[in-house]
Unconditional design. Structure first.
Length: 88
């Protein structure tokens, strides 16, 4: 079993009106030999955080394919790469 866990604490402070986020991730391979799922989180620094927000991406592997992990990884990394591009 492979699992991915990361934590990014985030809470809303009522005095400053700032949001802080806590992200936990877990994935299980299921019946396959390898885990084909892929996920990612990007929390940008300011000023992008205020203008773009947080990106959380999850792609379920294609269990009928031997390379489903390639498709799910490409989906997540492609989205996050595009999300991280400059607005200018």
């Amino acid at each position: 079993m492979r699992s991915y866990v990361s934590r990014c604490p985030v809470f809303l402070n009522p005095m400053t009106r700032h949001l802080k986020v806590s992200v936990g991730q877990y994935s299980d391979k299921g019946r396959k030999e390898i885990n084909q799922d892929f996920h990612g989180v990007f929390i940008p620094a300011e000023p992008q955080l205020s203008s773009k927000g947080i990106a959380i991406v999850l792609a379920d592997g294609i269990s009928s394919s031997d390379v489903g992990q390639v498709a799910s990884a490409a989906t997540v990394t492609g989205f996050l790469d595009y999300y991280c591009t400059s607005e200018t």
